[in-house]
Design a protein around this ligand. Sequence first.
Ligand SMILES: O=C(O)c1ccccc1NCC(=O)[C@H](O)[C@H](O)COP(=O)(O)O
Length: 267
Amino acid sequence: MNSETEVAPAVASILAAARERSADGHDRVSVAARSIPDAIERAAADGRVPVIAEVKPTSPTADGTRDDDPVDLAEAMVDGGAAAISVLTEPSHFGGSPEALTRVREAVDVPVLRKDFLLREDQLDVVEADLVLLIARFVDDLGGLVTAARDRGFQPLVEVHDRAELETAIEAGADVIGVNNRDLAKLEVDLGTFESVSAHVPDGVTLIAESGISTPADVRRMREAGADALLVGSAIMDHDAEGDVTENTRRLTRVAATEETDTETQT
Ligand SMILES: O=C(O)c1ccccc1NCC(=O)[C@H](O)[C@H](O)COP(=O)(O)O
């Protein structure tokens, strides 16, 4: 793992907490996962932009906290056309929990991603999910953790931020890759990150653009750069205004390929 001097203080704190979290007392998970490529295909066939909408109560960069029931939020996101749901399970910096994920997965029929900072194999056994996030930068033995996740039935979503991490992800056997536009060293977001990495992703990989996507123009930009799906948290959660989550999701799932034919304002 890279030195914590190369990450923002909030991320160093997240990692320190993650290192302390153990899965003692949990049995080994075995999950029959809902397929993310199938969910993406279903959304596209239905004319929706494939969006993985994130239940993210708060975060180090959020302007507040939403205390809504995670199940209500997830159902509202699916009503807005979300192809899949991401649920934060990190408790101390994002207000998430494994229990929230379990309740959400029971309530919706789309794939559910466990969004956390997983560093070790035992941490995979905390809760069932369809996908688990593995952040290439923070995992020492990425190939080992990808295999351990698959052995349990999870689909690993490997997150990268640059071309070197993309190579590491490919060598580790990743076939679902997310490019995070948020730089975890500065917590700044730049959609150009996805554009600079996506051109180098091999065919056959399910490619997800993560973070900083908030407008129809952002959606179009990421799709034009090759994103099969978009992971969106803050713009849907709308932490400060606590806006309508269904409408916030619909605004992004209804974006057409060209501005002229946009259906985003239709209900
Ligand atoms: O979102 C944060 O503030 C954050 C801070 C430190 C580490 C990670 C962080 N976010 C994790 C994520 O990857 C996002 O929740 C996800 O990609 C959605 O991003 P956004 O749409 O920008 O909320």
